[in-house]
Design a protein around this ligand. Structure first.
Ligand code: ADP
Ligand code: MG
Length: 387
């Protein structure tokens, strides 16, 4: 279930229309009945060929026939949603080509993409529900029996939330990637030319970096926020050239500053959350939540923790997502570092070297029509979510 752009070039405009129709139909139907796909596709301008398109889309896995249904129907797949998102970015001229995958979280893919002028960016694709959790935890009861549709819906929420927080943090001058766009289950952001702290074996001045990291946590707290997954994978360490005065010679010398950039925001929680202390202490790895709490909104700091609510999140949406994110983080186990070992790629249909990923795949200009913008947040609330 990773991004596979191979079939993108071969889709006719009719196919795009039908794919969009399946997405629109999913707003109110977990399984979209074929007659409804036909009706929406025709409304959008086509006359014939809907069935041909349905087969073509199902063949490349962008929609899936649901067999046990009482009626004949289809659902959108992650692959189909990937294509619709890329189509939207391409129409907005925000993405022109798709390059390699640089990161595989358990439940996300991180792709390097390029815009129309060749500037590299990062596309984060949320894929909640991709893994089957191996640890049995109470959260599972809440999450089990989720249909793939509702996982995809939660992935959209995760992307919307991540984008909203990234914007809010950027506005307050936090060191985060620049949020550039959002579509469906994906977020487009600037590429940070830096490695995660995890891969850095030694730093010249650990005490000073540590102080910077604690300062960052407290600065978030002041704005009412807890990152919720503050660890060595979610901190990119940028080397910035500066100059420093040599205390002996009194001369300016070149020096390298290590600047931490914070990423990965869908699980952020409010300092007022009922479990805030637990989340905070886990981030800091030593308990001083009560001191931090005194900082909230000090010196006129803007509260950012209402950001998600302000971007159209209902309480139910927030809770579903919180449980899913917590499960994802906790299932990594102690040390939060077992991503690579635990993620089982055997589900993926193709290996990295088979998909020609070393060559960027051009998607710009694909699809004759305007890409369909996704449903607005208000509409998204109508999606069927079970549990
Ligand atoms: P996940 O939710 O799966 O943990 P992250 O947002 O933490 O996803 O990204 C996973 C990895 O991808 C990061 O550890 C980092 O190496 C890389 N990455 C993510 N965003 C960027 C970015 N904007 N620039 C450079 N690398 C990135
Ligand atoms: Mg991460």
């Amino acid at each position: 279930m990773k991004l596979d752009t191979r079939a993108m070039r071969h889709l006719a405009s009719e196919d795009w229309r039908v794919l969009t129709a399946v997405e629109m139909g999913s707003k109110n139907h977990e399984i979209v009945p074929t007659p409804l796909i036909e009706r929406i596709s025709r409304l959008r301008g086509g006359a014939n060929g809907v069935h041909r398109s349905i087969s073509a889309l199902a063949k490349v896995g962008l929609i899936a026939r649901v067999k046990e249904a009482k009626y004949d129907g289809y659902r959108l797949t992650y692959g189909g949603m990937d294509y619709l998102a890329l189509h939207t970015y391409s129409a907005r001229k925000e993405i022109y080509s798709v390059g390699t995958r640089i990161g595989v979280g358990k439940e996300s893919d991180i792709m390097v993409v390029a815009d129309n002028s060749g500037v590299q960016r990062v596309l984060k694709i949320h894929r909640l529900g991709r893994i089957s959790f191996r640890t049995v935890k109470s959260n599972r009861d809440y999450l089990k029996n989720r249909s793939s549709g509702s996982w995809m819906y939660l992935s959209r929420l995760a992307a919307m939330r991540e984008y909203a927080f990234m914007k809010a943090l950027q506005n307050e001058g936090f060191p985060v990637p620049e949020p550039l766009g959002q579509s469906r289950h994906t977020v487009l952001m600037s590429l940070i030319d830096a490695f995660p702290l995890r891969g850095i074996s030694s730093v010249p001045d650990p005490a000073s970096l540590y102080a910077d990291l604690i300062a960052l946590i407290l600065r978030l707290a002041k704005h009412g926020l807890i990152h919720g997954d503050f660890n060595e994978f979610n901190l990119l360490i940028k080397e910035v050239k500066t100059s420093k005065k040599n205390s002996e010679t009194n001369e300016e010398e070149e020096a390298i500053d290590l600047v931490p950039i914070l990423i990965d925001f869908p699980q952020m929680v409010s300092m007022d959350h009922r479990n805030a202390e637990m989340y905070f202490d886990r981030d800091v790895a030593c308990p001083f939540f009560k001191d931090a709490k005194k900082l909230v909104a000090k010196d006129g700091a803007t509260r950012l923790d209402a950001t998600a609510a302000a971007s159209g999140f209902s309480k139910k949406m927030a809770k579903d997502l919180e449980v899913a994110m917590r499960e994802q983080i906790e299932s990594r186990g102690e040390g939060a570092g077992s991503d690579e070992e635990e993620y089982d790629e055997s589900d993926d249909e193709s290996e990295d070297d088979e998909d020609g990923a070393s060559e960027p795949v051009v998607i710009g200009g694909i699809g004759a029509e305007e890409a369909q913008e996704e449903p607005l947040a208000e509409d998204a609330g109508k999606l069927k979510v079970d549990g």
